[in-house]
Design a protein around this ligand. Sequence first.
Ligand code: PMP
Length: 409
Amino acid sequence: RTAFDAEQIRKDFPILHQQVHGKPLVYLDNAATTQKPEAVIQAIVDYYRHDNSNVHRGAHALAERATEKFEQARVKVAQLINAAEPREIIWTRGTSESINLVAASWGRSALKPGDRILVSAMEHHSNIVPWQMIAAQMGATVEPIPVDSTGTLDLDALQQMLDERVRMVACGHVSNALGTVNPVERIVQLAHQAGALCLIDGAQAMSHMRVDVQALDCDFYVFSAHKMFGPTGVGVLYGKAALLEAMPPYQGGGEMIESVSFAGTTYNQLPYKFEAGTPDIAGVIALGAAVDYLQGIDRDAAEAHERDLLEYAEARVRELPGITLVGTAAQRAGVLSFLIDGTHPHDVGMLLDQQGVAVRTGNHCAQPIMDQLGIPGTIRASFCFYNTRADIDRLVEALVKAKQFLVEE
Ligand code: PMP
C-alpha cells in the first residue's frame, strides 16, 4: 500500500459516487475517458455564467476576460509538458484531430513518392489512418514497426527499418489496448539519427505520468483533454516552433489569417495559424483547470498508487483459472487487458456492468494488434489514481460471477 490517499481524492470526483444497477459504481474505463473533478466542471459553469464571449476579437470586458483565461490555459499546458513557448501549443478537438493536422499539413508539404512513414503495430487507429490517408495522396507508404506477442515494441526491427526514405516515426507513448509504455525517448533518438521526425501520441500517458517534451526531444506530442480530467472536444498539438512555422495552415477561416483579400491572403502567426474558427473556449479553460488540478496533487505518490493497483489487479486476476492476460510487456501503465477462456469479451462486459463494474470490451480501436494476436478483442480494465484496491476486489468478484454464469464448470 502507498501513501496516496485515494479515498480523499475520490471526493473531488462527484460522478464516482453513484449506484449503477443498484450497486456502487466501480469505474474502470479510464482509458476511454477519465472522470472530471469538481474544479473542471465548475470552470465550465463559471465560464458560461460569467465570461461567455468570443476570444481575441471583442473590445469589451467579457471578451477580454474570456481571452485572458483562454490564453492562460495555453501557458498552463505549455508548463505542464515543458514546451519551450506557449505558441507551440495548438488547440484542436482531440488527439485524432491533432494527428490529422500534422499528417495533412506536414505531409502535404513534405512527403514525396517513395517516402516511408513508420508506426508501431500496436497503434490506435487515430495514429494509423491519418497517415494512410496522406500517404495515399502523396505516394508514400505506412509500415508497421513489429511488436512481439507480449506487446513489446521491437527496437532492433525499428533500427533495421530506418533509412533515408523514412520521414516520420509515429508511436504511442502508452498503448490504450495493452498498457505498454514505449521507450519513446529512444524511439525519438533513433528516428532523428535516421533524419526522420517523430510524433508521440500521448493520449494515454498524460493522466499517468509527467511528460517533458524538451527532454523527449520529440517533434510533435499530441493528447486529448478528456483523457486527463478535462472535457471532451479539446485536444492539444505540441510541435517544435520551427516545424510549425514551416507547415502550411490546416483549415482556413477566421482567426487563422493576418489579412484577407482576393488578391491574396496572408496567415496569422503561431499558434493562431492553426486555429481557424471559434474554438471550444469553455473546454480550453476547463482543460486549464484540469492542469491546475494535476499540478496540485502529488504525482509521484499517484504514480506509485497506480503501480500498486496494476500489480494488485494483475496478481488477483491471475489467481482466477481460465484467464489469459493480453499484453505483458515489462513496462506498462494503467491498463489490464485479458480474456476469459470460452467467453466473448462483450458478454463478460455486460455481466460486469450489471454488477456496477464499468470496463471496456472490444478491439479498443487497435484492430491490427488484435489481428496479430489472433483475438477479436479483450476485456480491458483501466485504472486511474482515484481507483482503489476495493475497486479491484469488486472487479474480481464480478469476474468470478460472470465466469460462473458463462462457463459451465
Ligand atoms: N490515441 C490513443 C492511444 C487513444 O487511447 C485514443 C483514444 N482512445 C486516441 C488516440 C484518440 O483520441 P480522441 O478520440 O480523443 O481523439
